[in-house]
Design a protein around this ligand. Structure first.
Ligand code: FDP
Ligand code: ZN
Length: 280
């Protein structure tokens, strides 16, 4: 697993450089979800594939930016599901964006995710890894190396709310739940990029990030393989919960296709249990 995290760190350093210096404009291509790709989406995807395909233990790669799975090496142990540049629509306004990686064995289902990692490209470049028992925060130093900072653990209750989805299309019970949290003094912390939004909740010790099903998108927007399962691994290992709107663990889900989406709730136990109660 060490070699996989090292490959991710190398890709992250190159993506950070591209974000700092390359053109933030659109390309002429669409990805498999139909989103018009930025040149930075294509470049980041290329960098991740180039770095990870060098790693002996990797069997195949599934990118949010590609329709099909890319075989790498017969006999490799790991399948990597990744979003090379999540929140890329924030790149031109210079807000933080991220990369997300799920490391699976055998197939892209929740039960088979053995490790996860994400990188935040903000004023600092930070990487979080979840493997075996620990969720660890790493930070790039002046020489470009990632140095271990600390392990991360969520509290049982937090103060922050990151409510995703378009309010116009929220279901009434969802709106009532979010309004209730605000009326109790919870603070809004939402940038529109799930990596920095979830990172903030994790670093500050708790709260809730939701991207619910809505009347226009009943299955939400967040993709299992590249986004919600890696974060579910991180949040559960940090002592929190990661559930769908039926109160089921995301890590128990079996997506039919690697581009499938689902409603999702991540955060500290108290807020996530309250969200599920609001949905019953
Ligand atoms: P993006 O499409 O910009 O890559 O991947 C989904 C995501 O970003 C999340 O990072 C973010 O939380 C969400 O979409 C925001 O989407 P909307 O602004 O469309 O609600
Ligand atoms: Zn994404």
């Amino acid at each position: 697993m060490k070699e996989v995290f090292e490959g991710i760190a190398k890709a992250a350093a190159r993506i950070a450089d591209a974000l700092a210096h390359d053109d933030t404009g659109y390309s002429d291509n669409k990805n498999s979800t139909g989103d018009v790709q930025l040149k930075l989406d294509i470049r980041s995807d290329y960098i991740v594939e180039e770095e990870l395909s060098r790693i002996e233990t990797i069997h195949a790669l599934a990118s949010e930016e590609k329709e099909s799975i890319t075989p790498i090496r017969d006999g490799g142990q790991y399948l990597i599901g990744y979003d090379p540049l999540d929140g890329s629509s924030l790149a031109d306004v210079d807000l933080s964006v991220g990369s997300i990686f799920g490391i699976y064995e055998n197939s892209f289902v929740g039960a088979n995710i053995v490790a996860a990692s994400y990188v935040v490209y903000g004023p600092r470049i930070e990487m979080v890894t979840a493997y075996k028992r620990n969720v660890e925060l790493w930070r790039q130093d002046r020489s470009g190396e990632f140095r271990f900072v600390q392990t991360l653990q969520l509290k049982d209750k937090g103060k922050l709310v990151a409510p995703g989805g378009t309010q116009q299309f929220w279901y009434p019970h969802h709106k009532k739940f979010v309004d209730q949290l605000f009326s109790e003094g919870y603070r809004l912390r939402y940038s529109g990029g799930m990596v920095p939004d979830l990172h903030q909740i994790l670093i500050k010790g708790g709260g809730i990030f939701s991207y619910p099903g809505t009347s226009d998108k009943p299955q939400g927007k967040i993709r299992y393989v590249f986004e919600s399962l890696p974060f579910a691994k991180v949040f559960e290992m940090a002592g929190g919960l990661a559930l769908n709107d039926r109160g089921e663990r995301l890590l128990d889900s079996v997506p039919k296709n690697h581009h499938d989406t689902s409603p999702c709730f991540f955060g500290s136990k108290t807020e996530i249990e309250r969200a599920i109660a609001a949905y019953k």
